[in-house]
Design a binder for this molecule. Structure first.
Ligand code: BGN
Length: 404
């Protein structure tokens, strides 16, 4: 008969053998299974966001904050800082993206101790090779902004960039105008610093791979080429929405973005056409790295589908030189240096102008739903379209929702 003591002995032996087998499996590359076991016993963290420190085979991505803790301890002589390497050693590849409910901006701030006021960052241990401004058009999306900041700050730090995040907040309640806000962002960012690259970024798109570097190419770059909502594929060949990257020279060559697309849709197609009309090509990262997760949401209030977009797109060839950066009229309401971003609140007026009352008939609601995934009916111009791989001026604000 087996005594109680020997029962325990057998149990320990059995557990010991299990541990050895797990260690062997791990060495053989079965990390996925092993980490599954490990996760069962690990105490979850409060936000549920961190945990994986490495990108392992078979796991959809690593913790975006992994690799960064070493930076916090770095002390170098700022006068003799070496140039950062061409490829950052902090890059880790795929990133695990999820959106837990408990996240707060204070937590994002705590996790990014090297980000300075205004959402400004410079690598502490080397001189950055690239200076990138991130321009994010915004209204009533504080919830999305929080997640974007949580992921974007460490993502950019891992790329050893010199960067700043600008939120361009449309004041008032008139129909949203994404492209005009980006014109404002361009001018206000360039007024502040000599950026060599501008990333025009939707607030609800989270990059899923940090090999997708936020630096400019020699031609305008369409960056968000593989979104989860489109099955990680381009919805159509000329798509230029979501995230794009231009140098100041590219931007001026195409006279910036259109100012007159009020409401959802078409402005990104117009911008794509302008690239061609400005005599340039579109470059894109590979589908493997240009991946984005979209934070799910309903169509915003104040951003109805623009029924005029088809007619407007058909006229881009005639209008692009007279409507764009050279005619962008706006009134700066405030510039606030928040801990994680620079908040620029602006009055961009309405279709009737900057100070005139809104037109009597705002754009009709022609469609009820987003016509997502629908390609523009026809690209109306015959132009090259090759795709290559590869002052605290504070006045009362009309709206308080920008205080995130
Ligand atoms: C297109 C929209 C884009 C939008 C993508 C993806 C238009 C103009 C039609 C001529 N374009 O259909 O603005 O980004 O879908 O949703 O609606």
């Amino acid at each position: 008969m087996i005594s109680i003591q020997s029962k325990w002995r057998y149990l320990f032996m059995f557990l010991g053998i299990q541990l050895v087998v797990m260690a062997l499996l791990s060495r053989e590359g079965y990390q996925k299974r092993v980490s599954y076991f490990i996760r069962i016993f690990r105490k979850p963290d409060t936000t549920g966001l961190s945990g994986r420190n490495q990108t392992t085979v078979g796991i959809p991505g690593g913790d975006v904050y992994a690799n960064l803790s070493t930076l916090f301890k770095t002390h170098v002589n700022e006068d003799h800082m070496p140039l950062c390497p061409k490829t950052s050693p902090l890059i880790g590849g795929p990133i695990h993206v999820k959106f837990p409910s408990g996240l707060t901006l204070a937590e994002v701030q705590r996790k990014n101790p090297l980000v300075m006021r205004g959402g400004r960052y410079r690598p502490p241990d080397c001189e950055a090779r690239h200076r990138t401004a991130i321009i994010i058009p915004h209204r009533n999306r504080e919830h999305h902004l929080k997640f974007l900041l949580y992921y974007l700050h460490p993502f950019l730090q891992r790329q050893q960039l010199n960067y700043r995040i600008y939120i361009i907040h449309q004041a008032g309640t008139y129909t949203f105008n994404r492209a005009k806000l980006m014109n404002v962002g361009f001018r206000e960012a360039m007024r502040e610093e000599d950026w060599d690259c501008l990333f025009f970024h939707d607030v609800d798109l989270i990059p899923e791979d940090d090999r997708n570097t936020y630096v400019c190419d020699s031609t305008p770059k369409h960056v968000a080429i593989a979104m989860d909502k489109f099955g990680y594929k381009l919805p159509y060949n000329m798509y230029f929405g979501g995230v794009s990257a231009l140098t100041p020279l590219h931007y001026l060559k195409m006279n910036g973005f259109p100012n007159n697309y009020w409401g959802w849709g078409g402005e990104d197609d117009d911008i794509g056409l302008r690239v061609s009309l400005g005599g340039m090509y579109i470059s894109r990262p590979s589908v493997k790295v240009g991946r984005y997760k979209m934070i799910k949401h309903k169509l915003d209030k104040g951003n109805d589908v623009n029924p005029k977009r088809f007619n407007m797109l058909a006229k881009t060839r005639q209008t692009w030189k007279s409507d764009g950066m050279n005619t962008a009229e706006y009134e700066l309401i405030s510039r606030e240096y928040m801990p994680l971003y620079t908040n620029i609140t602006v009055n961009i007026g309405t279709e009737a102008g900057l100070h005139s009352p809104p037109p009597p008939h705002p754009p009709e609601k022609a469609e009820e739903k987003h016509p997502e995934k629908k390609a523009p009916a026809e690209v109306p111009v015959n132009v090259p379209a090759k795709i290559t791989e590869g002052d605290t001026n504070k006045k009362p604000t009309q709206n308080t929702s920008n205080h995130v």
